[in-house]
Design a protein. Structure first.
Length: 115
């Protein structure tokens, strides 16, 4: 069964091109290790909430945009095997995250419905 990794991050608007380049670089690696798809989505209609919201979750600051992304894997084992290579494959060390990783939110999910 498929497995999905989801991510939220706050990215400075003036680093959008860097973010896209990093996403393209990471896709090459994820694809090498079996990922089926990767989507990177730049916030276009992400309202501030009163109790909770995407902007609140990433502690969005002035001049930043919420980015929502996900990676689709054929299964969790493939994803886990890929992530294990982050300590051994030097290509991962060459990657630069153009955002504050401490404010990134991520998790792995098992699909329960597909329409």
């Amino acid at each position: 069964m498929a497995f999905i990794d989801g991510f939220l991050a706050a990215v400075s608007n003036d680093r959008k091109d860097e973010y896209i380049a990093a996403a393209q670089q990471s896709w090459a690696l994820f694809k090498d290790y079996g990922a089926l798809a990767q989507r990177e989505c730049w916030g276009a209609d992400v309202p501030q909430g009163k109790v909770t919201s995407f902007p609140m979750a990433v502690k969005l600051q002035e001049g930043e945009t919420v980015v929502f992304s996900w990676i689709e894997w054929p299964d969790r084992a493939t994803r886990d095997a890929c992530y294990a290579t982050m300590e051994t494959d030097p290509r991962w060390k060459d990657m630069q995250m153009p955002f504050d990783g401490q404010r990134m939110i991520y998790g792995g999910f098992e699909p329960i419905f597909e329409g």
